[in-house]
Design a protein around this ligand. Structure first.
Ligand SMILES: Cc1cc2nc3c(=O)[nH]c(=O)nc-3n(C[C@H](O)[C@H](O)[C@H](O)COP(=O)(O)O)c2cc1C
Length: 217
């Protein structure tokens, strides 16, 4: 029998980051290795717009989303040339007690976001949290260049062996960097099986406060 219903974002706190934290906490318990991905779109001189999936690293002290990258990537160059960007999180199954007992799919978008590179003094703390594989990638892998696969593997294995033999922690390379994002709008979409999605959009007001309303999909 066919069914239709309208999803409902039942309660929403005054600050968008509070709802975001609730979702991320619930989702990361169910995701592989507790990792959460976000899709980052940047303005690109050659292609107009360019997007990619990247790892969500956490929140800054002032509750902004943190993104870590390398100064040699295209997305770094894009953000340096034009700080405007857009970010989307896709969380296919989340159970959030404040939103009822059933699992729902959530999308969170940061609309009209701008990227701000973190000062050097804050980078070591983020570097320490990186997985070893990410740290090695930062040292040995070029980005976006054609490569001979076996050469890459040999380079990686040699680097890993040298690192383990040294017994020393890997120092943060000069190319490692991070951004935080500020958004004009946070857009939350919730949908369950056989439902039409509900959205709540937080719009930043001229006085800096957030105005949250349901928005049709
Ligand atoms: C699961 C996953 C996580 C990723 N996380 C990052 C990341 O945190 N930072 C990053 O620079 N690239 C990350 N990448 C690689 C990017 O998707 C992209 O391929 C790379 O940054 C090059 O993008 P560009 O074309 O903007 O240079 C990740 C890719 C995947 C599949």
């Amino acid at each position: 029998m066919s069914q239709s219903a309208v999803a409902h974002i039942e309660t929403f706190p005054p600050e968008p980051v509070t709802l975001f934290k609730q979702l991320i906490d619930a989702f990361s318990k169910q995701s592989i290795d507790g990792l959460t991905l976000m899709n980052l779109a940047t303005v690109d001189e050659e292609f107009g717009v360019l997007n990619r999936n990247v790892l969500y690293r956490g929140l800054s002290d002032d509750d902004c989303i943190i993104y870590v990258t390398q100064r040699f990537t295209r997305n770094f160059k894009n953000l340096q040339a034009n700080t405007k960007c857009s970010i989307a999180f896709f969380m296919p199954q989340v159970v959030l007690p404040s939103q009822g007992p059933n699992p729902a799919l959530w999308q969170v978008r940061l609309i009209g976001a701008t990227a701000e590179e973190l000062p050097d003094s804050q980078l070591d703390a983020w570097w320490e949290k990186e997985l070893l594989s990410s740290k090695i990638r930062d040292y040995v892998f070029p980005c976006g260049q054609p490569v001979e696969y076996q050469e890459l593997v040999a380079k990686h294995d040699q680097f890993l062996a040298d690192h383990l033999a040294s017994g020393q922690p890997l120092k943060r390379p000069a190319t490692y960097t991070a951004f935080k994002f500020r958004a004009q709008r946070w857009d939350f979409l919730k949908v369950g099986s056989g439902q039409i999605p509900d959205r709540v959009q937080y719009r930043r007001q001229p006085n800096g406060e957030w105005l949250a309303t349901h928005v049709s999909t």
